[in-house]
Structures are given as structure tokens and as C-alpha cells.
Design a protein. Structure first.
Length: 128
């Protein structure tokens, strides 16, 4: 999903540059006296409206990206904490299980899927 928002962000930024170029072209025409300012009012208004909509969309995409980066950062930090700690459990710890595991799905008599908080899944075979 991040690739889609990155592509959309680039497309919006490209269109914003095109709008800026078009506005500069209109200003050049007015400055050269080849076009009347009032004749281009509607064009300026269309460009302005589109620019405002694109800026709003770009801001929303950037906020989403920041949220995604925060989630990714928290997951990475959690994984680093798990990797750096000694995880030899000698007995069942209910609090640890509640903190780490979102759900356990029973796939068959010999297979389960453990879904950790953050969406990471692990499918394991259960010994009889």
C-alpha cells in the first residue's frame, strides 16, 4: 500500500508543478500584452481550485505515510527488543501472551497459526 501512496504522491507533485507552469505561462501572456487578464480569470480559478484539492490530498497522504512509518517503527522496535532479550520461558506467562499475541487460529489437528500484534503471522505444526 505504501507503494501506491508514494506513486500517487509523485503524480500529485508532478501535477502541482504543471499547474504552476501553466499559471506562469498565463502571467507571461498577460505581461506580454497578448492576453487580457479578465479573459484568463476562469482559467486561473480552475487552476487554483485544482491546486487546493491536490494540496489537501497530498497532506492526507503525507499524514497516512507518517502513521504507517510510526507503526513500522514500533514493530521494528518490538522485534529488536524480542531479539535482544533472552526468551527462555520455563513456564507459561499469561501476561506475556496477552501482550504479544492477537489471535491463535486452529487450522487442523496438527497445525495452528499464531497472529502476533502488528499483523505478523506464524504457522506451526503441533506435536501430538
Amino acid at each position: 500500500m505504501a507503494g501506491v501512496s508514494m506513486k500517487e504522491t509523485k503524480e500529485i507533485q508532478k501535477r502541482l508543478r504543471e499547474i504552476d507552469d501553466a499559471r506562469n505561462d498565463y502571467i507571461s501572456l498577460i505581461a506580454a500584452g497578448t492576453m487580457d487578464e479578465e479573459a484568463l480569470d476562469e482559467q486561473f480559478q480552475k487552476l487554483y481550485t485544482e491546486e487546493q484539492e491536490l494540496n489537501s490530498r497530498l497532506k492526507a497522504l503525507e499524514e497516512n505515510n507518517n502513521i504507517d512509518n510510526n507503526k513500522r517503527s514500533r514493530i521494528t522496535q518490538a522485534l529488536q527488543n524480542i531479539e535482544s532479550s533472552s526468551c527462555e520461558l520455563t513456564e507459561y506467562n499469561d501476561m506475556l501472551v496477552r501482550k504479544l499475541i492477537e489471535c491463535i487460529k486452529v487450522n487442523s489437528k496438527t497445525e495452528i497459526t499464531i497472529i502476533f500484534k502488528g499483523g505478523i503471522e506464524a504457522t506451526v505444526e503441533v506435536e501430538k
